[in-house]
Design a protein around this ligand. Structure first.
Ligand code: CTP
Length: 398
């Protein structure tokens, strides 16, 4: 699948750089041409000679070379590739990318490129979890930089946690997906996400605690498998992923219209926490306090059920319709009943009692309810839940 593709591989200065030597071999085995660039720090870990030998061509260093500039300027080098891959992407290199620095060849290439960029982060677990790195990750994601890994496990520094670079074959799979060759290539998926805001008057609204984190992670994971994603989002606190079509809405009725407008789709995943009710007659002007001290009485109307509407569409029903069920008790029984009532294929059930810390948190513990039964997943980061779900969707679509 990578035959004839040109990959600009920037190797950062981390112990994981040794895995990049194997990555070069794996890519060349698949017919890709690899142009390697080493940062100054990378040269402390792997030698330009071994990198050049494995790549079967010139290895570019950290300095601008006047001969190279005459033959092939850094602009051209950054554009001649089909994809730019940074592996390992160190905390420092990610900070440079997020800040837009261009003080050596690698960072200048990353600034000058007009191609998709995929990074394989690798660093100590504390560095990965550091607020500065987490800020940079959010910035890079918003800039549509693709990520593969890091994985969780034992680290060279003796600690345990997220920060290990993805394995070469995992990076190869991510490269294939980033090139549009993933298992979901050419497939359209709609993802709803975030809360809805139902107006009371021009300044007040009814909302819920959904951050949009799980829906956002899911849209990103589907995109990473090559899907064309329409991401219909209410006012979420987590920014939408890059590389997807974002449709912003406020209310449940707007969300339903946006979903209908985005059809047809092969799959639709309803991760939004849609308000069940709206205020029947939202006031056109700001409601004022009554001199009598009487609180206003609000009338409510039920919102359309977007998931049920789409799941019961004929024709036009996506092949796979997935709903979420946020419950606080009898999670599985309620989720099963919801699946039957709404007529969707899968329900991703989760327990959102405040004590679980799931709503608004970074982890999720879900049970997947399908026609075959209930499958309980371990508590995992929302990104990992999203990756598993996206892989399941890809498998179900065949
Ligand atoms: N959903 C939707 N439109 C609605 C309400 C919910 O699309 N108006 C979707 C959600 O995105 C989610 C699923 O339906 O995928 C379950 O939502 P939930 O609010 O948990 O279920 P309810 O239908 O509200 O059932 P209950 O009030 O009994 O919990």
């Amino acid at each position: 699948m990578l035959s004839g593709k040109r990959i600009l591989l920037i190797i950062g200065g981390g112990i994981a750089a040794y895995k990049s030597l194997d990555l070069i071999r794996r890519l060349r085995e698949r017919g890709a041409a690899v142009t390697p660039v080493l940062t100054r720090a990378a040269e402390e870990f792997v030698t330009p000679l071994s990198v050049a030998a494995l790549a079967g061509g010139k290895c570019y260093g950290h300095l601008f070379d006047l001969t190279d500039e005459a033959e092939m300027g850094h602009i051209e080098l950054s554009r001649a590739a089909d994809l730019v891959v940074v592996a390992p992407a160190t905390a420092d290199l990610m900070a440079k990318m997020a800040g837009g620095h261009a003080d050596d060849l690698a960072s200048t290439l990353l600034m000058a490129t007009d191609k998709r960029v995929l990074i394989a982060p690798a660093m100590n677990v504390r560095m990965w979890l550091h607020r500065a790195t987490q800020r940079n990750i959010a910035t890079l994601r918003a800039d549509d930089v693709r990520f593969v890994g890091p994985n969780e496990g034992d680290m060279a520094c003796g600690e345990y946690g997220p920060g290990r670079m993805a394995e070469p074959l995992g990076i190869v799979a991510a490269i294939e997906a980033a090139m549009g060759d993933g298992p979901m290539a050419g497939r359209h998926v709609i993802v709803t996400s975030g809360p809805t805001h139902e107006p009371i008057d021009p300044v007040r609204y009814i909302a819920n605690r959904s951050s949009g984190a799980q829906g956002t992670a899911l849209a990103r994971a589907l995109r990473d498998l090559g899907a064309r994603v329409t991401f219909v989002t209410g006012p979420a606190s987590v920014p939408p992923p890059g590389g997807v079509e974002v449709v912003r809405v406020e209310t449940a009725i707007e969300m339903l219209e946006a979903v209908k407008a985005a059809l047809p789709a092969e799959a639709a995943v309803f991760a939004a926490a849609v308000a069940d009710w709206r205020v029947t007659h939202a006031s056109a002007s700001k409601m004022k306090k009554d001199a009598s001290g009487k609180a206003p009485a609000l009338d409510f109307a039920e919102n359309p059920d977007i998931l049920a509407t789409v799941a019961q569409m004929t024709p036009g029903r996506p092949k796979l319709v997935v709903g979420f069920a946020a419950e606080t008790d009898d999670v599985i029984a309620h989720a099963r009943a919801k699946r039957a009532r709404k007529q969707c294929d899968w329900i991703v059930a989760n327990d959102v009692r405040p004590a679980t810390g799931i709503m608004g948190g970074t982890e999720n513990a879900v049970t997947l309810i399908t026609a075959e039964g209930a499958e309980e997943w371990p508590r995992l980061p929302k990104d990992e839940v999203a990756r598993r779900l996206a892989a399941g969707i890809a498998a179900a679509l065949g």
